[in-house]
Design a protein around this ligand. Structure first.
Ligand SMILES: C[C@H](O)[C@H](O)[C@H]1CNC2=NC(N)=NC(=O)C2=N1
Length: 199
């Protein structure tokens, strides 16, 4: 891995908004992108999931991105989208193939089937019972704003498990992925226990 790639990777790990980055860092990012010394897909996947740096369309490297990366960059990042009313005639239950295609955009979530209903599921350990309830309140605020709600479980005082599915159609819709992505974007590090790194 050359030094430029290492630099970009470092920036893609540290949660920084581009406005905080020194201008040169952007140039280095641009140079890295322009010189194709970096796998754009890896960069975008890290940045999209880290929701760290977004380049505007005016960024000189926009042209060097593939169509799919341009699509991802132009706000089709799920956390920037809005749920549609579950009672809408436009809402469509999605096939397993479509769900599998979207799953990489909510990389911490699993696709499960529960009594023939496909759902998204994710678990966390929270720091305390009350911090679990605080976490639920953050999630509730998002759910109320989106008009789309998860199934929340808090068991054994500090084990949180969430399932998301669209009840009105008895399966998964894009709403569920949008809600999952917005939950992943919450600033909840102070409530959640860090995962132990296997030594
Ligand atoms: C009228 C409105 O569409 C329903 O109350 C909403 C509320 N929140 C919802 N949340 C989820 N996950 N599925 C639904 O079908 C749903 N329906």
């Amino acid at each position: 891995m050359n030094c430029r790639t290492l630099l970009v990777r470092c920036f893609s790990i540290v949660p920084l908004h581009r406005s905080l980055l020194p201008h040169t860092a952007n140039l280095s990012l641009s140079a890295a992108l322009t010189n194709h010394c970096l796998d754009h897909t890896i960069l975008w996947r890290e940045h999209l999931h880290g929701r760290l740096l977004t380049f505007g369309r005016s960024h000189p490297s926009f042209c060097s991105l593939s169509e799919s990366e341009k699509g991802l960059m132009e706000g089709s990042d799920l956390s920037t989208k809005k749920c549609i009313p579950c009672s809408s005639k436009d809402i469509q239950v999605m096939s397993k193939e479509s769900a599998m295609e979207l799953l990489p955009q909510v990389k911490y979530w699993e696709l499960i089937t529960d009594n023939d209903v496909m759902k998204l599921q994710r678990s966390w350990k929270v720091k305390s019972f009350t911090k679990g309830l605080e976490f639920f309140q953050l999630i509730a605020n998002v759910a109320e704003a989106e008009g789309h709600h998860p199934d929340l479980h808090l068991v054994g005082w500090n084990n949180v498990r969430i399932e998301i599915w669209t009840h009105s159609v008895g399966g998964l819709t894009e709403n569920d992925f949008i809600l999952a992505s917005k939950i992943d974007s919450l600033n909840a590090e102070h409530l959640i226990r860090k995962k132990k790194i296997a030594s």
